[in-house]
Design a protein around this ligand. Structure first.
Ligand code: SF4
Ligand code: SF4
Length: 145
């Protein structure tokens, strides 16, 4: 387990939806304070308290991968079988930059034999990253207006 802290990142407080407080994805949570973090930290919803992005956990990902710098949040879904790259729609090409993209391809190659998949979400649109290509899955998500 990597020994990292969120610092003043906070990008999950923009990109992730939080049903308990009716917070929509892709817009800043009204409780988020830049450089201070969550204004309701001790009373924040369980979903927030439980969330830990993959950058916090993974070995070998340096500070370029910190979500507010990389402009995407990595997290696991489907019981850990899918790694999601949730991209900030304000920086829709962030996942195609290096060192990220070639690393995603390498992860796809390592994960494929174990049945793991790697999906990129940019607003409504999704891509699957395979070892040798990216597949545009089209607009797969309903986003709240
Ligand atoms: S995206 Fe990750 S590093 Fe950034 S605040 Fe959320 S959990 Fe912490
Ligand atoms: S309640 Fe706090 S931790 Fe949860 S999204 Fe809002 S600012 Fe972030």
């Amino acid at each position: 387990m990597a020994d990292r802290a969120c610092g003043d990142c906070g990008l999950c407080c923009k990109l992730m939806g939080v049903e308990a407080i009716d917070k929509r994805p892709h817009s800043w949570c009204p409780h988020f304070r830049k450089a201070q973090g969550c204004a309701i930290y001790t009373d924040r919803p369980k979903a927030c308290a439980d969330f830990s992005c993959y950058w916090l956990q993974a070995e070998g990902l340096d500070d370029r991968w910190r979500p507010d710098r990389a402009r995407f949040v990595l997290h696991r879904e489907h019981g850990g079988q899918t790694l999601i790259v949730e991209v900030d729609p304000a920086s829709p090409q962030a996942w195609r930059q290096e060192p990220f993209h070639s690393t995603f391809r390498a992860w796809a190659a390592q994960g494929a034999p174990k049945g793991l998949s790697l999906n990129v979400l940019v607003g409504r649109r999704a891509f699957e990253i395979l070892p040798d290509r990216d597949v545009d899955l089209g607009e797969v998500r309903e986003m709240p207006a």
